[in-house]
Design a protein around this ligand. Structure first.
Ligand SMILES: Nc1nc2c(ncn2[C@@H]2O[C@H](COP(=O)(O)OP(=O)(O)OP(=O)(O)O)[C@@H](O)[C@H]2O)c(=O)[nH]1
Ligand SMILES: [Mg+2]
Length: 721
């Protein structure tokens, strides 16, 4: 190979963070080298570095270079790849990484390990199969007499979990395998419930990071793995769904490795074992070419690779409370791992709360997890995960400590909410018809009770007694709460969700997210256009050919949370339901000057109180999309559909057809009504604008204008102008 690389005067510090420096590289001569060769070459170079004892940097660089070479290949195509140049600058970059992003491992003062227990959390992106894997483990170990009759996704026991097919709350179970008790926490994969995962990670000593054999690492994989590695946890990589015909296992393993490196995993963390599973069939194998027969290879790997809990059995009692449960008979129970000492029923303890608060108390009941249930115990020792009753004051983040020597453990911090909306008393004309709990008092008590267990939620009173400001980690997080409340018999009205901005000095910051999209190639134009308007910055784009169906485009965006709001409905319509999208919060960043164009809508608004008629709906439906069908009670100011134009329009949906007309026309053809749009809570929340509200009752969901009287709305519009 001839030629070399000449670099400009760039600041070497900046070289690796931002690859745009490559544009300044001039090429002199050089042979046309294929991508394949370059990849091989970089890996070979890295291998020699590993052999020379530079394992982390070697592997790190192998991956970094691998990426770079791919990048270089597409950017300049004919690069003579001179490794020494890369090494030199990579070393500088490594130093920077080491100082800024190295994982925080808390120094272990704990001096023993308890070998009869393992505590693990299962973490992953949404739908990668965590709960199904727990099923497989529960079945294998016959935790319950009736386990085979319990159906699928046993741990998803809440109604909304079963209906939505997702896990919402982290939950504990345990199995005994080869004489060792394995406490397992199943966590939710949806980004909105990331707070649950963060806490769970403090309760365990290692994680199973599950990765779908087709999809590979996704945004939430990065989020949860980053948190786990930062806590110093050892991970077992579980490549799940290997039974999928479209699985690309090698590729997924490589990308997983990349991800560990990218997240600054330590040498020890990088040396992760891989187990290949088909959770749905209950099988696992360590050798991808040999199909598994049961799940035991996974359990054996857990026993071998996940460290037994580090404890200090002799020291005074310390339990960090990481979740709260409500037991029917025992009341509120704080759940956490006994870090040191032991705890017994009727023991005097002290709860160490926020800002140095101390609440003395007595343990009334004590339970450990066994199988799917909690079993009462008289006493439990360090290393075990326990639920403690009798301490009314206990809340998440507190330490349950020895009464004589109370020492607090570091409190948990969870990411701040990014989205907020107001919850208010229902004051629509139909208020009080369907609900049991209607007053601001009811609303207030329910919200503040929720705060005790729903850690990433915030609620505060406003200057109006009927209104509360409620903040959460996303629309789904708040949506689940609203749905829960209506099922319990509450009536309420909620406003359009809006993002929470922060102020730092004179700068205004807003939340940004990473958004990944998979869509058939044919629709990519529509998607890219819409995201452009919403200030999405395209970071990666990958076309995936498939023998089975049309080619798929994978897009990765960096986008303000504001730009994501209301996006899903829109793109689902534009892509005829073929889009799959996920987003996860990344950081607060300065608000850009550039306008963010979010499509506005116009609503069809009922003009009077009454009951809708087939005739009137028929006459109205050509204006847009109806949300209601015939024989529905409506009130003036209620939104009954979406106008196809961007402005509101008052419509009369209660008009009767005059009998005389019918006779006169002589042709009484049947009215063909288009079925109204299914209006779920998520749709309603995405749909409404700032001057609209969603009215939620146990039986109905309605959208309404804040101002019901058309004259008031007209005046309000004028005053804005
Ligand atoms: N083909 C195949 N499908 C699987 C496998 N494991 C799980 N699934 C399917 O993947 C879907 C999601 O499974 P879950 O177990 O609910 O996934 P999860 O990770 O718990 O999802 P969240 O809790 O919502 O994050 C279900 O439809 C499962 O049947 C597998 O090994 N092979
Ligand atoms: Mg689940």
């Amino acid at each position: 190979m001839a030629g070399g690389v000449v670099v400009g005067e760039e600041d070497p510090e900046a070289l690796w963070g931002d690859l745009s420096w490559l544009r300044g590289v001039t090429l002199e001569g050089g042979s046309a080298t294929g991508e394949e060769y370059q990849c091989h070459h970089t890996v070979e170079v890295a291998k020699t570095q590993v052999d020379a004892g530079l394992s982390t940097s070697g592997i790190f660089l192998a991956h970094r270079l691998y990426r770079t070479s791919r990048f270089v290949y597409t950017a300049v195509r004919r690069l003579d790849f001179r490794a020494s140049f890369f090494w030199e600058h990579a070393a500088i970059f490594m130093d920077r990484i080491a100082t800024s992003e190295s994982p925080v491992t808390t120094p272990l003062e704990l001096n023993e390990r308890r070998s009869d227990i393992r505590n693990i959390a299962i973490i992953a992106h949404v739908d990668h199969g965590k709960t199904t894997l727990v099923d497989a483990v529960l079945r294998q170990t016959h935790v319950h007499r009736k386990i085979d009759d319990m159906g699928e996704r046993i741990m998803d026991s809440m109604d909304q979990e079963r209906e939505r097919g997702i896990t919402i709350r982290a939950k504990n179970a345990s199995v005994t395998y080869k004489g060792v008790k394995i406490n397992i926490v199943d966590t939710p994969g949806h980004a909105d419930f990331g707070g649950e995962v963060e806490r769970t990670l403090r309760m365990v000593d290692g994680v199973l990071i599950l990765i779908d054999a087709k999809e590979g690492p996704m945004p939430q994989t990065t989020f949860v793995l980053r948190k786990a590695l930062a806590l110093g946890h050892k991970a077992i990589v579980v490549i799940n769904k290997i039974d999928r015909p479209d699985a690309v296992i090698d590729d997924v393993v490589n990308r997983t490795f990349d991800l560990f490196v990218h997240l600054g995993a330590t040498d020890e963390q990088l040396d992760f074992p891989i187990v290949y599973t088909a959770a749905i069939k209950g099988t696992a194998t360590l050798d991808v070419n040999k199909p598994g027969t049961d799940i035991t290879p996974l359990l054996d790997t857990v026993l071998e690779k996940i460290p037994a809990p580090a404890i200090n059995a002799e020291a005074p009692l310390q339990i960090l409370v990481l979740s709260l449960i409500q037991d029917l008979y025992k009341g509120k129970m704080g759940v956490g791992k006994i870090q040191s000492g032991s705890i017994a029923r009727r023991q005097n303890v002290v709860v160490l709360g926020k800002n140095g608060a101390q609440f003395p108390g007595k343990v009334s009941d004590l339970a450990v997890y066994s199988g799917l249930e909690r079993t009462d115990m008289e006493r439990a020792e360090a290393g075990e995960i326990v639920a403690v009753a009798g301490l009314d004051e206990v809340s998440i983040g507190d330490t349950i400590a020895d009464a004589e020597h109370p020492v607090a453990l570091t409190r948990v911090t969870v990411d701040e909410p990014t989205v907020q909306m107001t919850f208010s008393v229902n004051n629509s004309p139909f208020a009080g018809r369907e609900g049991k709990y209607l007053t601001s008092r009811h609303l207030r008590d329910r919200l503040f009770k929720e705060l005790e267990t729903n850690v990433s939620l915030r609620a505060q009173e406003t200057d109006s007694a009927d209104k509360f400001l409620v903040a959460g980690r996303g629309e789904l997080h708040l949506g689940v709460l609203i749905e829960q409340m209506r099922r319990e018999g509450y009536e309420l009205q909620v406003s359009q969700p809006e993002v929470i901005v922060h102020r730092e000095g004179d700068k205004v910051l807003e939340p940004y997210e990473e958004l990944t999209i998979q869509v058939p190639e044919t629709y990519q134009g529509a998607v890219i256009e819409e995201l452009g308007k919403r200030r999405g910055e395209l970071r990666h784009m990958r076309l995936i050919h498939s023998d089975a169906g049309p080619s798929e485009m994978h897009l990765e965006y960096h986008i303000p949370t504001r730009g994501i709001m209301g996006l899903k409905n829109l793109l689902v319509t534009k892509t005829r339901g073929t889009i799959i999208m996920h987003h996860v919060f990344v950081a607060y960043e300065p608000v850009e000057e550039r306008e963010l164009v979010v499509a506005t809508h116009g609503s069809l608004v009922a003009h009077e109180d009454g009951t809708s008629t087939g005739y009137a709906i028929f006459m109205t439906q050509e204006r847009g999309t109806m949300f209601i069908g015939p024989v529905v009670e409506v009130y003036r100011g209620m939104v009954v559909g979406e106008n196809s134009r961007d402005e509101d329009m008052d419509v009369n949906v209660c008009k009767e057809k005059h009998l005389s007309n019918m006779r006169a026309s002589g042709t009484d053809e049947a009215l063909v009504l288009t079925p109204p749009r299914e209006m779920g809570l998520e749709f309603a929340l995405e749909y409404i604008g700032p001057d609209e509200l969603v009215e939620v009752t146990p039986k109905s969901l309605r959208i309404r204008k804040r101002l019901l009287n058309p004259d008031d709305r007209r005046k309000a519009r004028k005053s804005v102008k």
